[in-house]
Design a protein around this ligand. Structure first.
Ligand SMILES: *Cc1c(COP(=O)(O)O)cnc(C)c1O
Length: 368
């Protein structure tokens, strides 16, 4: 066998990066934990499933179309998004989940020696993509569970290219209102790209919550991420997008791989937008009701809770979160242990149907 010089082939920043291990398929987990049912409360999925018109598209997808390459730039979906949000189609870039557009943005703006700035306890993919691409991720601590302007500011230097803000923040549910976001954007000026990840924006009902798509005209350095995975319940089809000023999106488009978004996902997303009012109302109602139920039960158990906007909340346990994960799995309840998010002893639970919430509460009582 010829010698393989992996040592010389692999960059240091890849050597030093630890692989993210996705969880096993449900069937395997059920065998492993000896349960015949699993309540999936680990990924913030929408328990109601996709909106009606998207369901239609999915169930009637003509098999021969699987042989045909999809639109390389999600042509019709961008037209629909533009119409819906009053922007130009070229201001949108669609990716294989919002996860993929994170990589597009970082590749477009960072070169050797550059860095990105974000919070230490937020969606980790910004940090991971930066690091395994060879860029430093400068992490600002949260303040009262929320993104802290001052801390972000202090970590910024001349080589900072992008500041990532998750609004509302996954996992803490905290959010910046319009005034706070505007002030931050004004302070940054055009020196950095400011990404606002609005993966959960459709869940937020508060009138002071900023709709970032409307701020792009005023702030050309603003880039907004959205996804069809959460509210629209198309997580399995992998589709999300970014929006920004034309000249900014034009730059990011250079780093994107065409055909990464499959045709069924494009059509389902298009259909999901066509009749989303009822779907959003039903989902919000479910989340509102079940979150209230959960908060009441958790208060009765005397457990500290961190809850804000979005379809999830966090609970602090008097035990290891990874142990709690295993014990809850033994009762058919899958939650997210938060050590990986730098919240040891905390778990995050997605808001689901009442039955699932009851199973979670029962499970929690059982392990405490
Ligand atoms: C789920 C999530 C995403 C990514 O979703 P995709 O499934 O890749 O579209 C992005 N940001 C946050 C904060 C999320 O929670």
């Amino acid at each position: 066998m010829a010698a393989l010089h992996l040592e010389n082939l692999v960059p240091d920043y890849v050597k030093g990066f630890e692989c993210y291990i996705p969880s096993k398929p449900d069937q395997e987990l059920m065998k492993l934990y000896g349960v015949d049912h699993l309540h999936r409360l680990n990924n913030n999925e929408n328990p109601l499933g996709p909106p009606p018109q998207a369901r239609e598209i999915i169930s009637r997808y003509p098999p021969p179309r699987a042989a045909i390459y999809p639109s390389g730039d999600a042509y019709y979906l961008r037209l629909r998004l533009a119409e819906r949000f009053g922007l130009h189609p070229d201001q949108f870039l669609v990716g294989n989940g919002a996860n993929e557009v994170i990589a597009f943005a970082i590749k477009a703006f960072c070169q050797a020696g550059d860095n990105i700035v974000t919070a230490d306890k937020t969606f980790a993919v910004y940090e991971w993509v930066a690091q395994f691409s060879g860029f430093q991720a400068r992490l600002a601590p949260l303040k009262d569970f929320a993104f802290d302007e001052q801390a972000l500011w202090e970590r910024r230097d001349q080589r900072s290219k992008i500041i990532f803000i998750c609004n509302p923040n996954n996992p803490t549910g905290t959010w910046w209102d319009l005034g706070r976001l505007r002030a931050f954007l004004a302070a940054v000026g055009g020196r950095q790209i400011v990404v606002v990840d609005e993966a959960y924006c459709e869940f937020v009902e508060h009138p002071a919550f900023p709709d970032c798509l409307r701020l792009i005209a005023e702030h050309p350095n603003l880039v907004v991420f959205r996804t069809f995975s959460k509210m629209y319940a198309l997580a399995g089809l992998r589709i999300g997008y970014l929006a920004g000023a034309k000249e900014v999106v034009e730059v990011i488009r250079r780093t994107c791989v065409v055909y990464s978004v499959n045709g069924l996902a494009q059509e389902a997303a298009l259909a999901a937008l066509a009749d989303d009012a009822g779907h959003i109302a039903r989902t919000r109602e479910l989340v509102r009701g079940e979150k209230a139920y959960l908060l009441q039960e958790l208060a009765a158990l005397g457990l500290p809770v961190q809850s804000g906007e979005g379809c999830f909340l966090m609970v602090r346990l008097p035990m290891s979160d990874t142990l709690a994960y295993r014990r809850l799995m033994g009762q058919g309840v899958m939650i997210r242990s938060m050590t990986g998010f730098r919240f040891p002893n905390w778990i995050r639970v997605s808001i689901g149907q009442h039955e699932a919430m009851e199973a979670f509460v029962r499970g929690l009582r059982g392990i405490l």
